[in-house]
Ligand binder design. Structure first.
Ligand SMILES: [Fe+2]
Ligand SMILES: [Fe+2]
Ligand SMILES: [Fe+2]
Ligand SMILES: [Fe+2]
Length: 399
């Protein structure tokens, strides 16, 4: 299945929104930076509007594995000391490159923490050696972080802070451009208003020239696979988890006699099954000890967030319940819905086996890693309780 431009914009929009959840509050950081940067670019880089918009949405995607949301690291000295922060531009650029049609956005992301005076990172570039899109992202990023301290600043307050960084963090040109953008019409009031921001984003997407997918290898499956790698990058020990679950899911589905197209759909759902983890704090995901009741409650929300993300993408709507049902149990004691037996979609029942099998056979801080045979014994022991017995039996010969 070839990816349509709309698929791509919807998925980026959904992921960037969920990555910006901070203690259950939507920050809209990526959305705001994308909106401000796109508006600024209309004056100096109109031909790159689309690329800069997506660069804005994805600019901090490389920081997904930080302990706290990236906006909390306001001291640049910390950015030099913390390796995840220091590398997030490079990593984000790499992700954008892999998506294919975003090579130009990748260069912008790479430079989004460079400072006009050479005091930024990762390369310490100076002046106009810094990518122009990267310069726009820098000031848009700073604007969003500074403007929304609590209580939020008014336009004069924002101007005062931006003025103090003029000539060091960004150029006179960027400063003038930012001020004229903020002062045009009601833009400042609109961008400070979450509700308005959530309306503006789809308006902008539909007004942008679409991303050109014609020249790249953008099968839906491949994009889902890249996103899987991003999701798994959130915490160290899940590297490769979503890809393995996808491959087990595909194998089990074909062994069950499903048509290849159907099996591929399940595989795509499996690539994205833990997408909701982008919204769970790392302190919970990585906690080596037992979770408190409150933490466990939050952890159990990840399939709900997965469904929220996938519901925002038209082409994934059919797969929402499949991906969101991977922690349901055959006996009805699972979550989030507590559905049982045939009320759980077949794809979800398959994925429950694939997911548990991978969790048992790969490293987790809270358990001893099992061999494939040991894991299969557990699958059989739990057939009819946690797992669909037919699928658990099939796993013995297929996985
Ligand atoms: Fe950043
Ligand atoms: Fe940022
Ligand atoms: Fe999960
Ligand atoms: Fe999982």
């Amino acid at each position: 299945m070839k990816v349509k431009a709309r698929f791509f914009s919807e998925l980026m929009t959904a992921l960037s929104l969920m990555m910006d959840l901070d203690e259950n509050r939507k920050l809209y950081h990526a959305w705001r930076v994308a909106i401000v940067a796109e508006k600024m670019s209309r004056q100096i880089l109109p031909e790159y509007r689309t690329q800069i918009f997506y660069a804005g949405l994805l600019h901090d995607i490389g920081a997904i594995s930080l302990q706290d949301h990236v906006i909390h690291y306001t001291d640049i000295k910390e950015h030099f000391k913390n390796p995840i922060l220091f590398n997030h531009c490079r990593k984000g650029a790499q992700i954008a490159m892999e998506i294919g049609p975003l090579a130009i956005a990748a260069d912008m992301i790479m430079d989004h923490h460079e400072h006009w005076d050479g005091g930024g990172y990762p390369r310490g570039l100076k002046g106009n050696n810094i990518n122009l899109g990267g310069q726009i992202l820098r000031i848009a990023d700073t604007f969003d972080i500074l403007a929304r301290v609590r209580p939020p600043l008014d336009l004069n307050g924002v101007k005062t802070i931006l003025t103090s960084r003029r000539g060091s963090e960004f150029s006179d040109l960027m400063y003038e451009l930012m001020i004229s953008t903020l002062e045009s019409g009601n833009f400042f009031e609109e961008i400070m208003d979450d509700k308005r921001v959530s309306e503006m984003l789809p308006e902008i997407i539909s007004s942008l020239p679409p991303v050109d997918f014609s020249s790249c290898n953008s099968e839906l499956r491949n994009v889902a696979k890249i996103i899987a790698q991003v999701i798994d990058a959130k915490h160290s020990y899940t590297a490769g988890h979503s890809e393995r679950v996808a491959s087990y899911t595909f194998k089990l589905a074909t062994a069950l006699g499903l048509h290849e197209d159907e099996a591929e759909k399940y595989e795509i759902a499996a690539f994205l099954h833990d997408a909701g983890k982008v919204a769970i704090p790392r302190s919970i995901l990585d906690k080596p000890a037992a979770l408190t009741i409150e933490e466990y409650k939050l952890m159990k929300k990840h399939p709900v967030y997965t469904m929220e993300i996938m519901s925002m993408v038209s082409e994934l709507k059919d797969l929402v319940r499949i991906a969101g049902g991977h922690h349901e149990r055959y006996d009805g004691r699972g979550y989030p819905d507590g559905s049982a037996r045939d009320n759980i979609p077949l794809g979800a029942r398959i994925m429950a086996v694939a997911d548990a099998f991978d969790a048992m056979t790969s490293f987790r801080p809270y358990q001893k890693t099992k061999s494939k045979n040991e894991a299969k014994i557990v699958l059989v022991q739990n057939a009819g309780a946690q797992f669909d017995p037919e699928i658990a039996k099939l796993a013995i010969s297929v996985l």
